[in-house]
Structure formats: C-alpha cells, structure tokens
Design a binder for this molecule. Structure first.
Ligand SMILES: N[C@@H](CCC(=O)N[C@@H](CS)C(=O)NCC(=O)O)C(=O)O
Length: 145
C-alpha cells in the first residue's frame, strides 16, 4: 500500500555527512531535515563576514560560492542547491515527504523548489514544514495548498 508520506517501516541508516553553512541562512532547512531524520552530521561554519564562501577552497565544493553544500558519502561530488539536498535526503530515507508514486508528490516538489531558494530563512522554515510534516499534523493541515 502506498501511504503517500511514510512507507519505510525501518529507519534508514545513513553514513555521517557534512553540511557547510552559516546561521540563519538557506542551510536552515537542510539542518531541520537532517535533525528530523536523525541523520548524523557535522556542521562546518562558513564565515560569511570573511566571504569564505567565495574562497578557492570553498569553490571546490560549490563553484557558485554559495551555501549550503552537503558532502554526502557515496556521492561523487558535493551536493549544492537547497532543494536538491533536501530531496536527496528525504528520498534516501523515504521519510518526511510523499513517495514518487503519491498524488501529493507534485505539491511537495513545487513548494520544495520555490520557497527555500527564493525566500528568507523564516519563509523557508515555514515552507519546509509544508514539505516535511505529514498531512495530518495541524500545522501542515493549515498550510496545505
Ligand atoms: N539557490 C541556492 C541559493 C543559495 C544562496 O543564495 N545562499 C546564500 C545564503 S542564503 C549565499 O550563499 N549567499 C552568499 C553570497 O551570495 O555570497 C540554494 O537554494 O541553495
């Protein structure tokens, strides 16, 4: 049976990953998802005051010089773009989002790709709640569109 939101009965174990970001930035959504999934991770602070994200070293992770970046064991390159990172995480765990076959998948994807990439962290915070919380929770219920 396709539940639409959570089909995995077992907790998926993930190798420890590394998130590069700064407080109150686009990486906030990624951090929330990692924590919701219980995924072990290290946080690497990128000093935006010193424009560390524009350094040659950081550009090895993301040539655009933007945060966040997730280093994910098993991937052949660091993953950037908030929406891509979140999608990779929730699909890998098969949790917190509708599965590919679910009728809610399109609704999940449209908010995932529009909000975190364009809005302030506060808005991204709320949009992530639409995406990652099961539809029967009260907050998700009030925000479902
Ligand atoms: N489309 C990217 C946007 C990332 C982005 O704009 N990050 C900002 C912080 S929220 C950044 O790194 N700014 C630093 C800069 O512009 O130098 C994503 O969704 O990850």
């Amino acid at each position: 049976m396709i539940d639409g939101w959570e089909t995995a009965q077992e907790q998926v174990r993930t190798p420890r990953c590394r998130l590069h970001g700064a407080p109150d930035n686009a990486n906030l959504v990624v951090r929330m998802v990692l924590e919701e999934l219980g995924a072990e991770h290290d946080f690497v602070h990128v000093d935006r005051v010193a424009s560390e994200q524009k350094s040659e070293t950081y550009r090895q992770l993301n040539p655009q010089g933007l945060i966040p970046v997730l280093e994910w064991p098993g991937q052949d390159a660091p993953v950037f773009e908030t929406g891509a990172i979140v999608l990779m995480l929730v699909d890998h765990h098969r949790r917190l989002a509708p599965v590919q076959e679910a009728p809610e998948r399109g609704r999940f994807l449209k908010w995932l790709f529009s909000c975190p990439t364009r809005c302030t962290p506060t808005c991204a915070y709320h949009s992530s709640r639409i995406a990652i919380f099961p539809p029967k929770t009260s907050l998700a219920f009030s925000l479902r569109r």
